[in-house]
Design a protein around this ligand. Structure first.
Ligand SMILES: C[S@@+](CC[C@H](N)C(=O)[O-])C[C@H]1O[C@@H](n2cnc3c(N)ncnc32)[C@H](O)[C@@H]1O
Length: 325
């Protein structure tokens, strides 16, 4: 083969073929070689007939990247398959690390394309309602490559900061205590009845969905193929659906036909948005509250309160077309 090869990092979505993007299918179709973890190869079995298949086990990520580079250097088009999105706890990072180590640069004859897919958090959220409609983050509980104190610090920080959280790699046959520790850290900041949804094998044959609460989540059936979604302090479950409010109730009275609340304006920051809050802060400080008292009240660092109080600021610009983001 004379043409330069290509590495395509293909995110195949949660599992079901109909949730794979057209570009992901095309990439697999145009590849000469398909490399992936055995389970993912099985998920795309219908699309890979007649191709060279390299099956690797779970722990052989770097091997998969090295094999992909070797094949691409030999002029082949390689589809490196990841479940969900290849850039979310997937093959994209390890592949670039291997490529850089081998002296590859973006000008190299071997091209690289990352093909996005729906990650587990998108798929699992879609199956349980609308849990991610406010700020959220993902944390992997796998300590195979990450020290536990790093994971625990992140859990503690996001639990305190009231993010909705998607826990990836929550539990395996050998890693059973991590989810219990995550629960312990979350319970320091969140109510025991905080809604939790556990999706196992979303959009796959053995799909199983459980709704539970933070104080019971560690007792639920959780495995290698589960994603655990923990709500924030406003998340609720109604009619079997987990929903995190977008914040409309802060501005509009939903019971009064959506009338704007006193002091609020459509298309403008909330009265408790940055500028409104700064006015409150200035007033509280002028009334004698110390920086330390304000820091404790607003649960923010004292040096931040100090800096904002001393920063000159301007009134909000006139309203423009802006969604309620
Ligand atoms: C190594 S990570 C791979 C994540 C993948 N790249 C993604 O974007 O979804 C594996 C973890 O993803 C989650 N996961 C992947 N597919 C899933 C599915 N179909 N249903 C539920 N969780 C899934 C589980 O938490 C699992 O432990």
């Amino acid at each position: 083969m004379s043409e330069a090869g290509k590495i395509m990092l293909v995110g195949i979505g949660p599992g079901a073929v109909e949730h794979m993007t057209q570009r992901a299918r095309d990439a697999i179709a145009e590849s000469d070689v398909v490399i992936g973890y055995v389970t993912y190869i099985k998920l795309v079995a219908d699309l890979i007939e007649g191709k060279e298949i390299i099956r690797k086990s779970m722990t052989e990520e770097l091997d998969r990247a090295v094999s992909a580079l070797e094949a691409a250097r030999a002029g082949k088009k390689v589809a490196l398959i990841s479940s969900g999105d290849a850039g979310v706890y997937g093959m994209a990072g390890p592949t670039y690390e291997v490529l850089f180590q081998a002296g590859w640069t973006p000008d190299d004859a071997v091209q690289v394309e990352i093909i996005p897919g729906a990650s587990a958090l998108n798929s699992c959220a879609a199956l349980v309602g609308a849990p991610l409609t406010h700020d959220f983050c993902a944390i992997s509980l796998s300590d195979l490559l990450t020290p536990w104190p790093t994971i625990a610090r992140r859990l503690d920080a996001v639990a305190m900061a009231d993010f909705v959280v998607a826990l990836y790699n929550p539990k395996s046959g050998r890693r059973t205590r991590q989810i219990v520790e995550a629960q312990r850290l979350f319970l320091r900041h969140r109510r025991p009845d905080t809604p939790v949804a556990i999706v196992k094998s979303g959009y796959r044959r053995r799909q199983n969905i459980v709704f539970t609460t933070l104080d019971s989540m560690a007792d639920a059936d959780i495995g290698m193929l589960s994603t655990v979604l923990i709500g924030n302090s406003n998340t609720f479950v109604r009619h079997g659906l987990m929903v995190t409010p977008r914040g409309y109730a802060n501005k509009y009275d939903m019971e009064e036909g959506g009338a704007t609340r006193d002091g609020e304006k459509a298309g403008r920051s909330l009265s408790t948005g940055l500028l409104g809050w700064l006015e409150t802060l200035q007033a509280e400080h002028a009334a004698g509250d110390s920086i330390e008292v304000l820091a404790a009240r607003h649960r923010l660092p004292a040096d931040y309160i100090h800096a904002t109080l001393n920063e000159p600021w301007e009134a909000e610009a006139p309203a423009t077309e802006e969604s309620e983001a």
